[in-house]
Write a protein that binds this ligand. Structure first.
Ligand SMILES: [Zn+2]
Length: 294
């Protein structure tokens, strides 16, 4: 009997992102031993981290094609480490803080994927000469794609201090809610702008933190106007980023009506952001900490 192999629907990200250690494995190792040695109570943590699947046939496919396993286990149903094999064999150990995705993380991923692949987002093109930044339909499509193939990971953290945050170090978008309102979705669009500049970093695009932040708010407001209409809702008041939103809203309105965005509009937005709790204390020449998405 030979192991069943099933090619995963999505190519696994291999090696997995952000691993803490690369370890060579031999026939003295198995997932249970590796888990015990590396402080994991569940061997599936390591399997899911390496291959992004819990399906046994897909795991066998990964062991065969990615790790180069040819030795089968005693019952013949699975591959094991060690000879015979096609190459030196390695598996990857995640950072201690890494946890396997939960079903809520999957829900968050789906929400992000649907939002970024919606027609409202796909048709967007925002170019702001005053900041020297733009986000084309192609840029949005690219980020939607990177989410779909999980080069960008999505997690739900209900205790997260911000509505949403894109973390360039791990190429992860964190949501704090599974809400699906236009405002909730606009937070995803905002973070997608940061993700896009992280992606473009590997193409030599550098951005200043304040410049990119201001632009992300403008894109977010363009999205909100597209899906909610161009009148500022009277219910939007007394929230922390209110003045930033309002200044970005003015610019978004002008972009949508092809009116001239003035230097004063940009200065107002910059000032509002630097006066908000998010923007306070950020030095004007500080760069973003983007490192590319691989
Ligand atoms: Zn931001």
């Amino acid at each position: 009997m030979a192991p069943y192999l099933k090619k995963p629907a999505l190519d696994p990200v291999w090696p997995p992102k952000g691993y803490q250690k690369k370890v060579e494995v031999t026939d003295a190792d198995d997932w249970w031993i590796l888990a015990a040695v590396h402080g994991r109570s569940d061997p599936w943590d390591l399997i899911v981290y390496n291959f992004q699947t819990r399906n046994a046939d897909e795991v066998n496919w990964c062991l065969h094609h990615l790790v180069g396993c040819r030795r089968t286990t005693k019952d013949g149903k699975n591959y094991g480490f060690g000879k015979p094999c096609t190459q030196k064999q390695y598996v990857y150990i995640p950072p201690a803080s890494w946890t396997p995705p939960t079903s809520e993380d999957e829900d968050a991923w789906l929400l992000v994927s649907r939002t970024l692949n919606s027609s409202a987002v796909k048709g967007m093109h925002v170019s702001l000469a005053g900041l020297g930044l733009s986000m084309s339909a192609h840029d949005f499509a690219k980020i939607g794609y990177l989410v779909n193939v999980r080069r960008i990971d999505v997690r739900l953290q209900r205790s997260h201090p911000h509505a949403a945050e894109y973390v360039p170090e791990t190429d992860t978008m964190i949501l704090s809610t599974l809400g699906e309102s236009a405002v909730d979705r606009s937070m995803i669009v905002h973070e997608a702008v940061h993700a896009s500049f992280d992606y473009r970093r590997s193409q030599g695009v550098y951005t200043g933190m304040i410049q990119e932040e201001c632009f992300a708010y403008v894109v977010q407001m363009v999205y909100l106007q597209k899906v909610r209409g161009s009148t500022w809702p009277s219910s939007w008041k007394d929230f922390d980023a209110h003045d930033t939103w309002k200044a970005a809203w003015v610019i978004a309105s002008k972009i949508r009506t092809n009116a001239q965005v003035t230097k004063e509009d940009i200065d107002n937005l910059r000032a509002a952001y630097q006066d908000s709790s998010a923007g306070r204390g950020i030095s004007p020449d500080r760069r973003t900490n983007h490192n590319g998405i691989y």
